[in-house]
Design a protein around this ligand. Structure first.
Ligand code: ADP
Ligand code: ZN
Length: 618
């Protein structure tokens, strides 16, 4: 491992490993198949890039997107590490050159798509190449339990047969226990070494706001507070990305739409513009993002409900990769939930898949409706315990819902459920209490029942929220996968006996619906009072560079060099490195080398220009 430490310093100029990196790299270097699960920004790439250098020969990296490969190759080349991507879009001569480089041992890393990798002629070529390690990026795509299943990933199951002695490393940022097991099984891991890093993205602030008629007003308000920040707004449909993007432009925000219906050329242009900061906001469908390694995305907004916690986590994970405070805002309505649910029910998938998709959607809705810490919910979903009761960085923790004693209402709910002829879902129980008129009420003659319409002081939503909270507190149980129903637990007895007071969330007075008609709500003349205020982020202070002017000059130099080389500016230096330079003012090679992110290669290549800029500033 000492050698690995040296490489870490030489090529990346990092002084220590991030959590789990060392264990994962050791496991790979011991020739063991390894599953690495780390949150976005956790430093997965290094887990195969460093072994690639240590092992020599060729490390094959299987990655789902060509754009993703290009970024990684550019970054590695900028560090002086020979790497290339190989795909059918390249011209014949380039491919021949790569083949020659591979044969001569001149390439350390070769990026390739799963389809290409499993083609017979390519496999034959690989068998003569000095392959030492195979890395499978975005490995959750192999599992049909995941949210991003890609059939071509299944073919990778045969890799172990073709290369029985070569270690595999599978990497992903999202994997529930089911998916983890499936990935290892599919790939035929002989000795499975699993490393699960924390899923906690401590710099992300999670918020859910009700989706109402003034949604656009809330969004514009948010964007005004984040004027020069880069962000992604995820929308449900292609049409919506275009409409919203147009609307934002009309309000003075530079924005592009992005969806799978646009030509490859336009999509590449939008992605490039976003990465190079010529456009700050992209209104996109979920098609956008896989290749986005941009470190300074300051916000990710879900304009509509995501279909699963996995997608939500992955999409919000694109914010704040540089570790700086970033915002995740989600607009939620039960209407969206119903719309997506019926879409899933009617999309012609097998019954098993529909069932699975609805379960995932339900968990997403629960996340939106929970009154507890959202971070705690997300982590629990991925099987991780979160020890703090208050994360101080989600809306529920910043503005905790008030609780009060509602023993009478708890007894009303419990008694009602106890006397119903059979088990029902929570919506129907709430309907009975508030005197609803659904067909089920008629069918079961529940309107003749003594608890019918006994709780008219509160609304159906209040009762549903309370029933959920009683489930959480263990007084009620929710069972059944497809149609969950509510039943009593033994814990209810002491409540019914009047021995235990029950604390429940104080019902919110529902805000009156905004009176502005939809069209008017979308004009810039909307009055301030009609806009629901989004609570302001708690102050998480980022220490600024001591010398903001020098920082700006260094940033400009960085952008200039990046433009000349045709790479994003953070490949030259990250904003963290630039800030450190502005603070420490390194004036010679030695002190410049001490800046985090400056490796030997970057010192040689960029050091003189930056040192000159700093000295010129004295
Ligand atoms: P992931 O693929 O897991 O999302 P990356 O591999 O892109 O994460 O790494 C995230 C960030 O962390 C990158 O900016 C990377 O340079 C940085 N990083 C990786 N390893 C280290 C380390 N050992 N020390 C400091 N920074 C690191
Ligand atoms: Zn919280």
């Amino acid at each position: 491992m000492d050698k690995a430490g040296e490489l870490l310093e030489k090529y990346w100029n990092y002084t220590s490993f991030l959590p789990h990196q060392k264990e994962i790299i050791t496991s790979v270097l011991q020739n063991k198949d390894t599953l690495a699960i780390m949150a976005t920004g956790g430093g997965k790439s290094l887990c195969y890039q460093l072994p690639a250098l240590r092992l020599g020969g060729l490390t094959l990296v299987i990655s789902p997107l060509i754009s993703l490969m290009k970024d990684q190759v550019d970054d590695l080349n900028a560090r002086g590490i020979p790497a290339a991507a190989y795909n059918s879009a390249q011209d014949y001569r380039d491919r021949c050159q790569i083949e020659t480089d591979v044969k001569n041992g001149n390439l350390r890393l070769l990026f390739i798509s799963p389809e290409k990798c499993m083609q017979a002629n390519f496999l034959a070529f690989l068998k003569d190449a000095p392959v030492r390690l195979i890395a499978i990026d975005e490995a959750h795509c192999i599992s049909e339990w995941g949210h991003n299943f890609r059939p071509e990933y299944r073919e990778l199951a045969a890799l172990k047969k073709h290369f029985p002695t070569i270690p595999l490393i599978a990497l992903t940022a999202t994997a529930t226990p089911d998916v983890r097991k499936d990935v290892c099984q599919q790939l035929g891991f002989l000795s499975e070494n699993e490393y699960v890093g924390s899923f906690n993205r401590a710099n992300l602030h999670y918020r859910v706001v009700p989706k109402r008629a003034d949604q656009l007003g809330i969004l514009l308000d948010f964007l005004k507070k984040h004027r020069d920040a880069s962000g992604i707004i995820y929308c449900f449909s292609k049409k919506e990305t275009e409409e919203l993007s147009g609307e934002l432009r009309r309000h003075g925000f530079k924005s592009y739409p992005y969806h799978a219906g646009l030509s490859t050329q336009i999509r590449d242009e939008v992605q490039d513009a976003f990465i190079h900061d010529t456009v700050k906001i992209v209104c996109a469908t979920v098609a956008f993002g896989m290749g986005i390694d941009k470190p300074d995305v300051r916000f990710v907004i879900h304009y509509d409900l995501p279909k699963s916690i996995e997608s939500y986590y992955q999409e919000t994970g694109r914010a704040g990769r540089d570790g700086k405070p970033s915002e995740c805002l989600l607009f939620y309505s039960r209407g969206d939930l119903g719309k997506t649910r019926s879409m899933l029910e009617n999309d012609g998938a097998s019954e098993r898949h529909t069932h699975l998709a609805i379960r995932k959607l339900q968990a997403m809705a629960e996340y939106c409706e929970t009154t507890r810490c959202r971070r705690g919910y997300l982590l629990a979903y991925f099987g991780e315990a979160y020890p703090d009761t208050n994360c101080a960085l989600c809306d529920n923790c910043v503005n905790p819902k008030k609780v009060g004693e509602y023993t009478t209402e708890a007894i009303r709910i419990i008694s009602c459920i106890g006397q119903l002829p059979t088990h029902f879902g929570m919506g129907l129980v709430a309907d009975v209490l508030t005197g609803g008129k659904s067909t089920k009420i008629k069918e079961y003659h529940l309107d003749e029942f003594s608890y019918y319409k006994s709780g008219t002081k509160y609304t159906k939503q209040h009762y549903v929220a309370w029933i959920k909270d009683l489930v959480r507190q263990g007084y009620l149980a929710r069972t059944g996968d497809e149609y969950p129903v509510i039943s009593l637990t033994a814990k209810c007895e002491s409540v019914l006996a009047g021995k235990t007071p029950v604390m429940l969330p104080v019902p919110e007075v529902s805000a009156p619906r905004a009176k502005v008609p939809k069209a008017a709500a979308q004009t810039p003349r909307m009055r301030k009072a009609e806009v629901t205020k989004v609570p302001v982020t708690p102050a998480v202070k980022v220490p600024d560079a001591d010398d903001p002017d020098l920082y700006e000059r260094l940033k400009a130099l960085c952008t200039k060099i990046a433009e000349r080389e045709g790479v994003p500016s953070y490949y030259v230096f990250s904003t963290n490195s630039l800030r450190e330079m502005a603070r420490k003012r390194p004036s010679d090679e030695e002190s410049f080398r001490a800046i985090a992110g400056v490796g030997a290669f970057k010192l040689r290549k960029y050091g003189p220009a930056f040192i000159a800029a700093i000295q010129g500033d004295e």
